[in-house]
Design a protein around this ligand. Structure first.
Ligand code: NCD
Ligand code: ZN
Length: 360
C-alpha cells in the first residue's frame, strides 16, 4: 500500500450531531463514538435540554450508553427558548456543562416548537453570551410561510443574521449545516467569530436526489438540499482550507416509520460512514491533504479547545455500505430492526474505509 492509499489523521470531532435518547441513543452512539473523539450534541430532545441539570443528566445517559473501550466526550448544548434565564446559561457555561447554545427558530425543524419565536425576545441571552464568549449555534432558516423552502437559509442571513451580528459584534457564531452559496459567501467574508459546519450529505447531494426516480425520503433533511450550484459552492468551501468551514455531520437518525410516513421526518443518518463520505469528496477534489484540518483542527480552534492527540487512519479500501445498523454486541439494542435508521450511502460503494486499529 502506498502512502497515497493510506491517510493518517489526527482524530476528528463532530461539531454537530443528534444522538437522541433511550433505545435510539443506544443504537446510534457507537457510529459516532468509534471515530469521533468529541461531538457537539444537539439539545432538540422531547422535552428539549433547557437546564444545566437536564444537560448533565443527558450527558450521563450518553456516557452510560458508551460500549466498552470507546473513548468519547459529548459536548452539551442548551436549547434557547423565549424565556430561558441568562443566569442558567451562564452557570452551565461556567461549570463546563454547556459548550454552546443552539438557536432554533420556532418550528424550523425537528423538535423546534419550543424554539425562539422572535429574536428580540432573546436579546438579554445574546448579550450575556457575547459577554462570556459562549458560542451561539444557529439553525439558519426563516419559518415564514411566504418564503419558499429552498430560499429560507438565504433569507435568514439577510433578515436576521446580518442584523444580529451588527447588534452583537462580539458574539461567536456557528451557522450550522450550511446549504447555499449565499451562506458560503457570507461566512467566508466574516471575521474570526463567524464559522459554519458542513455536512457530508450536502456535499454529495443536490435536490434531484429527493425526486428523481420516485420520492426518496431518505434524502430529506433540513435545511433541504439545494441546486447543484449550491452543492458545488459547499464542496469548494469545505476543501478550501479556510478555517471558518469545518466538519459537522448533522447525523439525525429517525426510525423507519418516521421517515416513511405521509409526513416524513427530516434527517439523514450519516454518522457511521461520515469520514469515508467526506474523504470521497476531498479525494474527488484532489484535496485529501486538507481533510485533516477540516475534520480535526478548525473546529477545536474555533471553540478554543485542545486538538486531539490520537489518530485514525483512512485506507483506500472499497466498502459497500449496508442498509442499516447490524452492530457488534447487538448494537441496534432494543430498537426493533424494522425501526433502525437507514445509513446514508446505503447500497453504494465508498472508496475509503476507516481503519481504527491502524492509527499510527
Ligand atoms: C434534525 C433532527 O432530526 O433533529 N433534522 C435534520 O434534518 N437536520 C434537526 C436539524 O438539525 O434541523
Ligand atoms: Zn442538526
Amino acid at each position: 500500500m502506498t502512502c497515497s492509499d493510506r491517510l493518517v489523521l489526527r482524530r476528528p470531532d463532530d461539531w454537530h450531531v443528534h444522538l437522541r435518547d433511550g433505545p435510539m441513543l443506544e443504537a446510534v452512539l457507537f457510529a459516532t463514538a468509534r471515530v469521533f473523539a468529541r461531538a457537539v450534541v444537539m439539545p432538540n430532545l422531547r422535552p428539549p435540554i433547557t437546564t444545566v441539570e437536564a444537560a448533565q443528566r443527558y450527558r450521563q445517559r450518553i456516557k452510560n450508553a458508551l460500549t466498552d473501550g470507546l473513548v468519547f466526550t459529548p459536548l452539551m448544548t442548551a436549547y434557547l427558548t423565549d424565556d430561558l434565564d441568562p443566569e442558567e446559561l451562564e452557570r452551565g457555561f461556567a461549570e463546563g456543562v454547556f459548550a454552546a447554545a443552539k438557536l432554533y427558530p420556532a418550528n424550523a425543524t425537528t423538535n423546534s416548537a419550543a424554539g425562539v419565536s422572535d429574536l428580540a425576545l432573546i436579546a438579554p441571552l445574546l448579550e450575556r453570551m457575547e459577554a462570556i464568549d459562549m458560542p451561539l449555534l444557529i439553525h439558519g432558516e426563516v419559518t415564514d410561510p411566504d418564503v419558499d423552502v429552498f430560499d429560507r437559509e438565504a433569507v435568514f442571513i439577510e433578515r436576521h443574521l446580518i442584523p444580529l451580528r451588527q447588534r452583537h459584534p462580539g458574539l461567536r457564531i456557528v451557522l450550522e449545516h450550511i446549504t447555499t452559496e449565499q451562506a458560503v459567501d457570507y461566512v467566508a467574508s466574516g471575521d474570526q467569530r463567524l464559522a459554519a459546519t458542513i455536512t457530508p450529505h450536502h456535499l454529495h447531494l443536490n435536490r434531484n436526489a429527493m425526486f428523481v426516480g420516485g420520492l426518496k425520503s431518505d434524502f430529506y433533511c433540513l435545511p433541504v438540499v439545494k441546486r447543484e450550484c449550491h452543492r458545488r459552492a459547499l464542496v469548494k468551501a469545505a476543501t478550501s482550507g479556510l478555517p471558518c468551514f469545518f466538519l459537522g455531520t448533522d447525523s439525525a437518525p429517525h426510525p423507519r416509520a418516521g421517515k416513511e410516513s405521509a409526513c416524513g421526518c427530516a434527517g439523514i443518518f450519516n454518522a457511521m460512514h461520515a469520514m469515508e463520505s467526506y474523504a470521497a469528496v476531498f479525494d474527488q477534489e484532489g484535496a485529501l491533504d486538507r481533510l485533516e484540518a477540516f475534520a480535526s483542527e478548525f473546529g477545536p480552534r474555533f471553540y478554543g479547545l485542545p486538538l486531539n492527540t490520537d489518530t485514525i487512519a483512512l485506507v483506500r479500501q472499497p466498502q459497500t455500505v449496508p442498509n442499516q445498523l447490524t452492530l457488534p454486541q447487538g448494537l441496534v439494542g432494543e430498537l426493533d430492526s424494522g425501526e433502525a435508521p437507514v445509513f446514508f450511502h446505503a447500497g453504494e460503494s465508498l472508496a475509503w474505509s476507516v481503519d481504527l486499529a491502524a492509527g499510527d
